[in-house]
Design a protein around this ligand. Structure first.
Ligand code: ADP
Length: 467
């Protein structure tokens, strides 16, 4: 009898649940429908994933957003500068033009003309709207006095503010179910269409989340040195000074596994001079007349320090322990870049080259010989602009070249739909943010990345829900 009563209760519960699921509108909180199904599953809670979630939710869709780390933010949170946008009110008011045409040209040229013009045009055409949307979130900006392409915060840290604003906006929607410490491991495909993903939840339990559409927003490879080296062997040994822990190329692997097309995977934005989360301009070692030098653990120069940043990174990575020391004198220290590297990377200061060497753990006689040779303009590496290391005190800083941005990623069309190797749409799968390839070719204009999070995050979400 008792058994029958329990069975009846179970059947009743099931019926009620089914009814609720059938009658509930798109904006019902997911918990009242089916815990593991949604209109949109967003994978990755950095800039692109948060924007996509907000956009889908404000258009009435139920969203599950999975983020593998204990907090959202990804590498977006460490974006230090600002957003690039053209033809904005700020430009009009300041009478400083940065037109859509300028923006397009700059983006294409920086990409070495490898970027997909169609995607770049979408990025540029939507940049003012993206900037205006940020204002609606309560963020306040000004033009960078040094470069009208850049719109920077009136005060404070750009990326941290951005993520805080996105989080606050997302929190307004009960139809966004944010699941932290939940890692997507595999895309689920049925009849050629992506219908969800396998995830491992915070308790280590495997689950399948079903969704009408899936948006990949997993960021780049900056914390996956082996993958970076796989896609470009020049960067074997690359360090991870310039990244948060989350961007480990999961989206690339998941998309690869179902036959997605990858684009421009060999290109990374390298920071040859970086340490402890900060990077330093190469001007420290290549400035005409005063630039310092790089030495390896044998206290020997090994490269023309004025070469391109990606080649310089590669040459440093070939040295013992994939690192080098930046050596310079007071004249470089007296520049803002010199001061910054000494302060932030905890540089060593010494009155003599020998003492500097001792403090850095280098052979004093060897470093003295290297510096003397360099000051005598004896340069076996064909350096284009010579500097000098003559005026005490002298400074030395360790550098661990790191990847700052992953240019390549999954190929998308103008709707942010992921393409397969034949250029055909993979139904049900979208991508936005750093996981996308094709927007930047060999090089990225700083500030375009947080712009593309917004532009393609919104496009992906809207197309995914048929808006
Ligand atoms: P974007 O600017 O493209 O949004 P971010 O680096 O800011 O890139 O954000 C990417 C986010 O995706 C990070 O928070 C990262 O932890 C998250 N992420 C990466 N892989 C997974 C995964 N497999 N499952 C869930 N979240 C992931």
């Amino acid at each position: 009898m008792k058994k029958i009563a329990i069975s009846m209760l179970l059947i009743m519960t099931l019926l009620v649940t089914m009814l609720t699921a059938c009658t509930s509108g798109g904006t019902e909180p997911i918990s009242t429908v089916d815990k593991n199904s949604a209109d949109v599953l967003v994978i990755g809670g950095g800039g692109a994933g948060l924007v996509a979630s907000i956009t889908a939710a404000e258009n009435g869709a139920n969203v599950i957003l999975v983020e593998k780390m204990p907090a959202v933010g990804g590498n977006t949170i460490i974006s230090a500068t600002g957003i690039t946008a053209s033809d904005t009110k700020l430009h009009q008011e300041a009478g400083v033009p940065f037109t859509k045409e300028d923006h397009f040209k700059k983006t294409m040229e920086t990409s070495k003309n490898l970027a997909d013009e169609k995607l770049v045009k979408i990025l540029v055409d939507n940049s003012n709207a993206a900037y205006e949307w940020l204002l609606t979130l309560g963020l306040k900006y000004k033009l960078d006095p040094k470069d009208p392409a850049w719109i920077i915060p009136e005060e404070g840290h750009y990326g941290a503010q951005l993520v805080k604003a996105y989080q606050a906006e997302a929190a307004k929607y009960s139809n966004i179910d944010l699941r932290l410490q939940t890692k997507a491991t595999e895309l689920v495909v049925e009849n050629g269409k992506v219908v969800g993903a396998k995830v491992t939840d915070k308790d280590g339990k495997e689950q399948v989340i079903k969704a009408k559409s899936v948006i990949l927003a997993t960021g780049g490879l900056n914390n996956a040195p082996d993958m970076i080296a796989e896609f470009n062997p020049k960067y074997v040994g690359v360090n991870t000074e310039m990244t948060t822990p989350g961007p480990t190329g999961d989206g690339i692997r998941m998309a690869q596994a179902i036959g997605a097309q990858l684009k421009d995977m060999e290109y990374f934005q390298m920071r040859p001079l970086s340490l402890n989360g900060h990077w330093y301009k190469e001007v420290i070692v290549n400035q005409e007349g005063i630039g310092g030098i790089l030495v390896n653990k044998d206290a020997k120069r090994f490269v023309d320090e004025t070469m391109s940043s990606w080649d310089l990174a590669s040459e440093i990575l070939k040295q013992q322990d994939s690192m080098a020391f930046v050596i310079f004198d007071t004249d470089v220290f007296n520049t803002s870049d010199g001061k910054k590297i000494v302060e932030k990377a905890k540089g060593i200061k010494a009155d003599t080259i020998e003492d500097l060497a001792k403090q850095l753990g280098l052979d004093p006689a060897a470093l003295k010989a290297t510096v003397d040779e360099y000051n005598a303009k004896n340069d076996p590496f064909g350096r284009k602009t010579l500097g000098k290391v003559t005026t005490a005190p002298f400074y030395g800083v360790k550098t661990l070249p790191s990847s700052h941005y992953t240019m390549g990623g999954v190929a998308i069309n103008e709707n942010a739909q992921v393409l397969d190797k034949d250029g055909k749409v993979i139904e049900g799968l979208y991508a936005a943010g750093e996981v996308v390839g094709g927007l930047y070719g060999a090089g990225r204009v700083a500030g375009n990345n947080t712009l593309d999070d917004i532009v393609f995050g919104k496009i992906a979400a809207k197309h995914a829900i048929g808006k």
